[in-house]
Write a protein that binds this ligand. Structure first.
Ligand code: NAI
Ligand SMILES: C[C@]12CC(=O)[C@H]3[C@@H](CCC4=CC(=O)CC[C@@]43C)[C@@H]1CC[C@@H]2C(=O)C=O
Length: 255
C-alpha cells in the first residue's frame, strides 16, 4: 500500500516510470508525473485523475525540477518519495574502425547528462522537500529510488556511455545514503535487466525474442508492473538503504 504517500516520478510518461506512477495512484497515493514537454505525460495524468499531475520537466534543468517540486508541495502538500526513471541510451562503439570514426563526445556527454546528472539533480533538490516532513516513529522522513541498469555491471558492445552513466548511479548510492542518514531519508537503486518498455519495443521482434531467451528464469522480458512492485518494496521496507538491487531473472548480459 502507498496510501497517503506523495511520489514524484521522472520519466513517467512511458515504460517503467509510467507503471510506477500508475501504481502510486492505484495503491492510494498521489503522484507528480515529470517528463519532457514533448511526452504524453499530460494525457496520462488526465487518465489517472485528480491524484496525479503532469509537470513538463527536463531532469537536467534546475529550474524545471524546482518548479515540479513547488507544484508538488502546492497541490499535494508534501513529498515522500522521489523516483528517478528518466533515462536515454545510445549504441555506438568507442571507435568504429571500419569508418575510422570515434564515438561522438556529444553523444557520450548527453547520455551522462540525462542519466547521471539528471538523476543527481532530482535527488539533490527533492531531498530538500522530503526533509521538511515530520519523521515517523522510526525517524524516517522519506525515500529516493533510482534506476540504474544491469549494464552498469555487464555493459555490452556499444554501451560505453550508457554503462558509464548507470555505473555512476550505482556509485553514488552509498555516499548519498550516508549524506542523508542524519535526516532519516533512505536511498535505494534498482538495476533492471530487460523490461518490455518502449525502449526495447523499438527492437525487431526477433531480437527481443533472442534477448528474452538469454534470461535464465523467467525467460521473458520483465513487465513494467514488476519494476513498479519493486519500487513499492523499496519505499515500504525501512531497512533497505544504500543498496543496489538487481531485478533481472539472473541475467548476465553477454558481450
Ligand atoms: N527497459 C529496460 O529494459 C531497461 C530500462 N532501464 C532504465 O529504466 C529507465 C526507464 O526506461 P524505460 O521505461 O524502459 O524507457 P522509456 O523510453 O519507455 O521511458 C523513459 C522516459 O524518460 C523520459 N526522458 C528522457 N529524457 C528525459 C529528460 N531529460 N527529462 C525528463 N524525462 C526524460 C522519456 O521522455 C521517457 O518518457 C531508464 O533510466 C532506463 O535506462 C534500465 C535497464 C533496462
Ligand atoms: C536497454 C538497454 C540499453 C539501451 O539503451 C539500448 C537497449 C538496446 C537497444 C538500444 C539501441 C539503441 O540504438 C539505443 C540504446 C538501446 C535503446 C539495451 C538493451 C538492454 C540495455 C539495458 O539497460 C539493460 O539493462
Amino acid at each position: 500500500m502507498l496510501k497517503g504517500l506523495v511520489g514524484l516520478v521522472t520519466g513517467s510518461a512511458s515504460g517503467l516510470g509510467r507503471a510506477t506512477a500508475e501504481r502510486f495512484v492505484k495503491e492510494g497515493g498521489k503522484v507528480v508525473i515529470c517528463d519532457l514537454p514533448t511526452s504524453k505525460g499530460s494525457e496520462f495524468a488526465s487518465q489517472l485523475g485528480e491524484n496525479a499531475v503532469f509537470v513538463p520537466t527536463d531532469v537536467t534543468s534546475e529550474k524545471d525540477v524546482s518548479e515540479a517540486l513547488n507544484i508538488c508541495k502546492d497541490k499535494f502538500g508534501r513529498l515522500d518519495a522521489a523516483v528517478n526513471c528518466a533515462g536515454i541510451g545510445v549504441a555506438f562503439k568507442t571507435y568504429n574502425f571500419n569508418k575510422s570514426l570515434p564515438h561522438k563526445l556529444d553523444d557520450f556527454t548527453k547520455v551522462l547528462m540525462v542519466n547521471t546528472v539528471g538523476t543527481f539533480n532530482v535527488i539533490r533538490l527533492a531531498v530538500g522537500v522530503i526533509g521538511q516532513n515530520e519523521p515517523n516513529e522510526d525517524g524516517q522522513r522519506g525515500v529516493v529510488v533510482n534506476t540504474a541498469s544491469v549494464a552498469a555491471y555487464d555493459g555490452q558492445i556499444g554501451q560505453a556511455a550508457y554503462s558509464a552513466s548507470k555505473g555512476a548511479i550505482v556509485g553514488m548510492t552509498l555516499p548519498i545514503a550516508r549524506d542523508l542518514a542524519s535526516q532519516g531519508i533512505r536511498i535505494v537503486t534498482i538495476a533492471p535487466g530487460l523490461f518490455d518498455t518502449p525502449l526495447l519495443q523499438s527492437l525487431p521482434e526477433k531480437v527481443r525474442h533472442f534477448l528474452a531467451k538469454t534470461i535464465p528464469f523467467p525467460s521473458r522480458l520483465g513487465k513494467p508492473e514488476e519494476y513498479a512492485q519493486m519500487v513499492e518494496c523499496c519505499i515500504r521496507n525501512p531497512l533497505l538503504n544504500g543498496e543496489v538491487i538487481r531485478l533481472d531473472g539472473a541475467l548476465r548480459m553477454m558481450a
